[in-house]
Design a protein around this ligand. Sequence first.
Ligand SMILES: Cc1cc2nc3c(=O)[nH]c(=O)nc-3n(C[C@H](O)[C@H](O)[C@H](O)COP(=O)(O)O)c2cc1C
Length: 296
Amino acid sequence: MVFLSVLTPVLAVILCLVIGFMLLKPREAASMSTGKPASKSENFRPWVDQDLQDDTEITAREDEVGDWMDSSEEDLPHVPYSQKRYSEEMMLQRSQDFYTLMNDRRSVRFISPDPVPREVINNVIRTAGTCTAPSGAHTEPWTFIVVSDPEMKHQIRLIVEEEEEVNYRHRMGEKWVHDLAKLRTNWIKEYLDVAPFLVLIFKQTHGILPNGKKKTHYYNEISVSISCGILLAALQNAGLVTVTTTPLNCGPQLRLLLRRPANEKLLMLLPVGYPASDATVPDLKRKPLDDIMVYI
Ligand SMILES: Cc1cc2nc3c(=O)[nH]c(=O)nc-3n(C[C@H](O)[C@H](O)[C@H](O)COP(=O)(O)O)c2cc1C
């Protein structure tokens, strides 16, 4: 009896905790499904898609909030916009022509040393970056570093090859090496010395305003990736080739070598030039339209 009377308050407390927990759970679930935040701290980065969470978004904490400042352009005027409207036949022709052009794009790892006019590089980067690519809240979170200096290209090659050798030999495991085998790639990257231009694209994880405050760069990785896609199309249109590379673990060293600030992270490295006269590419097949598109 004595034992039971001691146990009763303990059981009552446990029961209260279980009921409280059950009552709280649905509220949390509801706030998640409506997208409405449950508390101020959870509300801090509402634009971040949980699915896309990685280290690419800003990492400001609430105690740093004074270092940040956001848009002062609320009164931005809006101006009329129109675009040339083509006939349906013309649209069909243009879409077919663009497809034909882009269908010839390949990742080329054998690049000619022949010089490429600098103004062409300016134009393709202008196309990718200065006005045509969209960016989250129009933050334009990209920096394009164009390297033509032979010594600097060689320094880049040394860094990339050293890290890539470790990636291939140790870091990435058998499956990764096996999946890449058909491409016949390895850690030797001759094109880094040979290509007339290397374009290194950095995403800015945040901006720095003239007053030193930080500016949020929403969806910076997606924005820069779109810009890179436009850059690839512009290169193809100009008759140049590249290979999209994402040199793993090289970012910090390359950032230091190129004297880029800490808010810039290397997203892609593109060697750019004409294809070498003896260039080859793997005979890859692409998925047909029916496999990739669903009309609803
Ligand atoms: C995000 C991304 C990363 C890539 N990284 C590398 C890379 O590090 N090295 C490389 O040789 N190719 C790289 N590639 C190129 C792919 O291997 C190539 O696009 C793919 O094999 C299809 O060939 P294609 O571009 O000729 O159609 C990358 C491509 C993408 C989209």
